[in-house]
Write a protein that binds this ligand. Structure first.
Ligand code: ZN
Length: 413
């Protein structure tokens, strides 16, 4: 068995799926001196007495998202049926060669550019480092959560079965005992920053990346475990973080999710990163976070849009949110044909291009004498609204947020 080969692998539910071997490592407890060593590439049976069962295999399932990649035992892999791994290797080499060739063609044409080559090289290196999850599960408040992706936590925290995170200050620790002692000292029970939203058991804080650097870096590290992108995690100064919490009966604030926003966005982006932590997903919090980001844009007297490029999942979430809000407007409007795209944009804070692309996607817009005409039936509106069951949107009256231009200047200490 080699890295790059593909086999039928038994998945959690017993079904078989085609999986590619991404990495191989010796099982813990086998030849304990090197139990943590990740075995490089092909010659992983280094010791003659080694058996394939002494190793575990990091598998990417072809039909699934990378977040479902996992370490599997040898017995779950059907080695009798290799799925042309060699061909795959050759193909990927060919594609790498093509990429390089393309790059060389480009550089020849524009007479640049070492920079591009270096960038590609860095990207390859980044892919290499981040292809295997480094932390399996975390404890966050009441929940133990299986992670989805690599996150650049310091090496000394990697390789433990569980990492423990304080859900208030987001400090990370190896041992439950350390967390216990930390809780005796950590009396925050809420994120730092200023509370900007309160509706019964739901609260949101604005945290400035410059003023609360460590907290925001910890938030980025934590969220990277569930986000598959290549952002830098250390330069948090230019961002504001809007952290959503559920408040329990004792008044403790349990972090649910967040979105970040550039303090000054040239492109008028109103959201950079968005995440609902897994235990709180499918409860309508994603739409809530988006609705807050648009409410902020409206208070700034502008329109906004999420940072591009959107991930596949981001695209689906935004499409679903835009559709829901548009259908709500159409549902409350007596005559849809009288409403203009500009008016919808003013009502929602959505950019006109996002409204148009959503309506095109839904096949609800036509061109008529150089004008856009919205064509939608009540049945279609009802259908879309019925599909959304759990939804919480920002209530403007609960939001006590002012744009920076309207805030008094901060006192210098
Ligand atoms: Zn803490």
């Amino acid at each position: 068995m080699e890295v790059g080969n593909k086999y039928h692998v038994q998945w959690k539910n017993g079904q078989q799926h085609v999986g590619e071997i991404i990495e191989i490592r010796r099982l813990r407890g086998v030849n304990s001196s090197s139990s943590h060593t990740v075995v490089q590439n092909n010659s992983y049976l280094t010791n003659e007495a080694d058996k394939p069962e002494d190793y575990e295999y990091y598998v990417h399932y072809q039909t699934f998202d990378r977040r479902l990649d996992e370490w599997v035992a040898y017995k779950r892999i059907d080695i009798s049926n290799e799925m042309s791994g060699e061909r795959h290797n050759r193909d990927s080499m060919k594609s790498r060669k093509n990429k390089r060739k393309l790059l060389i063609d480009c550089t020849a044409e524009s007479k640049i550019d070492d920079k591009e080559v270096k960038l590609l090289e860095l990207e390859r290196e980044h892919d290499e480092i981040t292809k295997v999850k480094n932390i399996n599960s975390i404890v966050l408040g009441r929940y133990e959560i299986e992670t989805w992706y690599y996150s650049p936590y310091p090496d000394e925290f990697v390789g433990e079965e569980l990492m423990h995170v304080c859900e208030y200050c987001l400090k990370y620790m190896k041992k439950p005992k350390t967390l216990y002692h930390h809780h005796l000292k950590c009396h925050k029970y809420c994120p730092p920053g200023v509370e900007i939203y309160r509706d019964n058991d739901l609260t949101m804080y604005e945290v400035d990346g410059h003023e609360n650097k460590i907290y925001c870096q910890n938030l980025c590290l934590l969220s990277k475990l569930f986000l598959d992108h290549k952002t830098l995690y250390y330069d948090v100064n230019p961002f504001l973080f809007y952290v959503l919490c559920e408040v329990d009966k004792k008044g403790y604030n349990h972090i649910v999710g967040y979105f970040s926003k550039e303090k000054h966005s040239i492109e008028n982006y109103n959201l950079a990163c968005i995440l609902t932590f897994p235990p709180y997903q499918r409860k309508g919090y994603g739409k809530f976070l988006m609705s807050v980001s648009y409410e902020l844009s409206k208070r700034e007297n502008t329109t906004g849009s999420p940072e591009k490029p959107l991930s596949d999942l981001g695209k689906i979430s935004y499409r679903s949110y835009w559709t829901f809000v548009l259908m709500q407007i159409f549902n409350n409007k007596e005559s849809i044909s009288n409403i203009s795209i500009q008016e919808i944009s003013r009502m929602t804070g959505f950019k006109t291009e996002d409204i148009l692309s959503t309506l095109h996607y839904l096949n609800m817009i036509k061109h008529w004498k150089g004008q856009h005409v919205i064509c939608v039936s009540q049945k279609a509106i009802d259908n879309h609204l019925q599909q959304v069951t759990k939804v919480r949107l920002c209530k403007p009256e609960c939001l006590t947020w002012k744009p920076f231009s309207e805030r008094p200047p901060k006192r210098q200490i």
